[in-house]
Write a protein that binds this ligand. Structure first.
Ligand code: NAD
Length: 293
């Protein structure tokens, strides 16, 4: 049979568990996990992600602090806030919403975050440790972690399987490829310079699409019975949709349903898991800092 992988349902159950843990922590040591979100500029999509993250914190009982800076803020201004949150004992997670305006150096800014509070897992130390055998980063990036969590929760075997990742970004493609390798899958990455991507994708038992290209993965790209995780979030024009726009993934869902054994929908697949993993990383950080089991 065919399985629609329900990210909303899994994310909700994770968030419910987190909420219980947060109140247990508050009751026994009087500490509530705290997340600081720094947001620069007025991109619509970023603003909506930040507001979703804040709401999710609130419903789990996690304290959130949000700093919203003008789009032309100098690097020092951002660094100033990062240093304040690095020192603030009520803050256990610091997140800088990406992408940053082009005049800011993303690497300099991510590097300034205390790696022990780096709940997005983008600090070079955490990224480096993710890529090393036998080592573990303090945090794994949320979207890649959410993809693997969904595979675990749907009992998808990864050991010895062929996994193909479409995309090699620092945010999704690269870290998810490392995580799949750590699960003992045999991993191939496809990117914008890859020749014959369709042929390579068709070898995948597990196909993860994170290219940001609407409906790029057609039914013919998918091996019969494969499990497909669609990370893409793309707005396309659709005059028949309420706002003239519609959200689609990187995978042509209708075609994929006929070939794959399981697939994540967009929306309602990886998106909600990303937020759940952020809450989970923030809780883990607070527990670690306060040595609370
Ligand atoms: P990105 O633009 O940084 O990277 C895209 C990657 O895909 C690049 O490595 C590029 O080489 C590759 N690529 C682009 N076009 C390709 C093509 N035609 N063939 C093969 N490879 C191609 O994007 P990103 O930040 O990694 O995000 C990817 C997608 O995932 C976007 O749609 C984004 O909105 C979405 N996203 C979703 C979540 C979530 O929570 N669900 C989180 C982050 C990103």
């Amino acid at each position: 049979g065919f399985t629609r992988i329900d990210g909303n349902k899994e994310a909700k159950s994770i968030r419910d568990e987190i909420k219980i843990e947060v109140s247990r922590m508050d009751a026994s040591i009087h500490v509530v996990p705290g997340l600081a979100v720094i947001h620069v500029g007025d991109r619509q999509d970023s603003a909506s992600y930040v507001s979703k993250k804040k709401k999710a914190c609130e419903s789990a009982g996690i304290k959130s602090v949000d700093v919203c800076l003008p789009g032309d803020s100098p690097e020092e201004e951002l660094l100033k806030y990062i240093l304040i949150f690095n020192e603030d004992p009520s803050i256990h997670g610091i997140l800088v919403q990406l992408p940053l305006p082009s005049h800011l150096n993303e690497h300099n800014i991510l590097k300034a975050i205390n790696p022990k509070k780096d709940v997005d897992g983008f600090h070079p130390q955490n990224m480096g440790l993710l890529a090393m055998r036998g080592r573990e980063p303090d945090f794994v990036p949320c979207t890649p972690k959410g993809c693997i969590e969904l595979l675990h929760r749907y009992n998808v075997e990864m050991e010895g399987k062929r996994a193909v990742v479409i995309g090699r970004s620092n945010i999704v493609g690269m870290p998810v490829a490392h995580l799949l390798q750590n699960e003992d899958a045999t991993v191939t990455t496809i990117h914008s310079k890859t020749k014959n991507p369709e042929e390579i994708a068709r070898e995948a038992d597990i196909l993860i699409a994170a290219a940001g290209q609407p409906n790029m993965v057609r039914g013919s790209w998918i091996k019969p019975g494969a499990v497909v995780i669609d990370v893409g979030i793309n707005h396309i024009e659709d005059p028949s949709a309420p706002r003239g726009r519609r959200l689609v993934g990187d995978v042509c869902y209708e075609e994929a349903c006929k070939v794959a054994s399981a697939i994540t929908p967009v929306p309602g697949g990886v998106g909600p898991m990303t937020i759940a993993m952020l809450l989970s990383n923030t809780l883990t950080s607070a527990k670690r800092i306060h040595e609370f089991e």
